[in-house]
Design a protein around this ligand. Structure first.
Ligand code: NAD
Length: 292
């Protein structure tokens, strides 16, 4: 069976959902964005306007009114039945709370057309933890985007043992069609590929700083020179933002909780949250456009 994807509904218009909806609409898909109430939709309009400005400035081909047209082409709805009535693909980007995700897939299973493929943008869950709520485990998998998708354009594609290979392939093709670099995983892995490497890497760096072996600047410099990478781990943590890092670390093992406490005491409590607040491990110019 082949799956044609033209109409895409994105659930959740927060940090990631707004970016996914915008990127998808920019590539010519018919996009509806769903969120819980009118206040959330007002916030979504602001996010789309900000994204339009960023794309206009930074993305070749998005100038000349294209970015603004993209923002206004996205239909916004807080009526789930209406939002998914004609969807070929539903991309879930609601909060990383298992009960919220399970609940929305349960409702979706009754409201979306039978042909619709469902994907989750979960950061930490396995799709197997959600598949039984979808009513269509063969048409369900994870499609994981990274923050700032226009630049960090990996789209990790991860099915469950029940995902239909034709559905998996359709999602890989969709990811490529919206300008992503599809990253195909052969089986489920918590953290996907990127975070499975990134988290041990940043934890190692944090351990060196927290235990007083060297300052973050020196650790970054070592990594940049030693591996020819353009950024070190602390520069990357500044981009991700310390709230996300803190939340992930504080629910981790003993060492990770120690790193979380250090981050809180030395940075978060002083209003230093990374690039988004103008200062983290480094200082940034006032007009930075990072939307994390
Ligand atoms: P967010 O908090 O910025 O946005 C969540 C959105 O979902 C909000 O607009 C909220 O109003 C809406 N929402 C809440 N309950 C809902 C419901 N029942 N139905 C529909 N919408 C609902 O969160 P985010 O950072 O965009 O994260 C969304 C998902 O993307 C999470 O699973 C997260 O793990 C994943 N993710 C986030 C990042 C990141 O860097 N922020 C990166 C990769 C993946």
């Amino acid at each position: 069976m082949t799956f044609e994807i033209r109409k895409v509904t994105v659930l959740g218009t927060g940090v990631l959902g707004s970016q996914i909806a915008f990127q998808t609409a920019l590539h010519g898909f018919d996009v509806t964005a769903y969120d819980i109430d009118e206040d959330a939709l007002t916030a979504a309009r602001d996010r789309f306007a900000k994204l339009a400005a960023t794309y206009r400035d930074e993305v070749p081909g998005a100038a000349d009114g294209t970015a603004d047209k993209t923002a206004s082409s996205i239909e916004l709805s807080c009526d789930l039945a209406h939002a998914v009535a004609d969807a070929d693909l539903v991309i879930e980007a609601v909060p990383e709370v298992v009960s919220i995700k399970q609940d929305i897939f349960k409702r979706l299973s009754e409201l979306a057309p039978e042909r619709a493929i469902f994907v989750t943008n979960t950061g930490h869950l396995l799709p197997s933890e959600l598949k039984d709520f979808t009513g269509r485990p063969d048409k369900f998998l994870a499609l994981h985007f990274a923050n700032e998708i226009r630049e960090r354009n990996t789209a990790e594609v991860m099915g469950t043992p029940e995902t239909d290979p034709a559905v998996y392939r359709a999602v890989v093709d969709f990811a490529a069609a919206i300008g992503m670099e599809p990253i195909e995983l052969h089986k489920e892995k918590a953290g996907f590929l990127l975070n499975s490497m990134f988290i041990p890497f940043t934890n190692a760096a944090l351990g060196l700083a927290v235990d007083g072996y060297a300052e973050p600047e020196m650790i970054d410099k070592t990594w940049r020179i030693g591996t020819r990478a353009s950024m070190g781990p602390f520069q990357l943590l500044d981009i991700i933002g310390f709230n996300s890092a803190y939340n992930a670390l504080s629910s981790g093992n003993e060492d990770e909780q120690r790193f979380a406490a250090w981050l809180k005491e030395n940075y978060i409590d002083k209003g230093k949250l990374g690039v988004a607040t103008g200062e983290g491990f480094y200082r940034y110019p006032a007009n930075n456009t990072t939307e994390a």
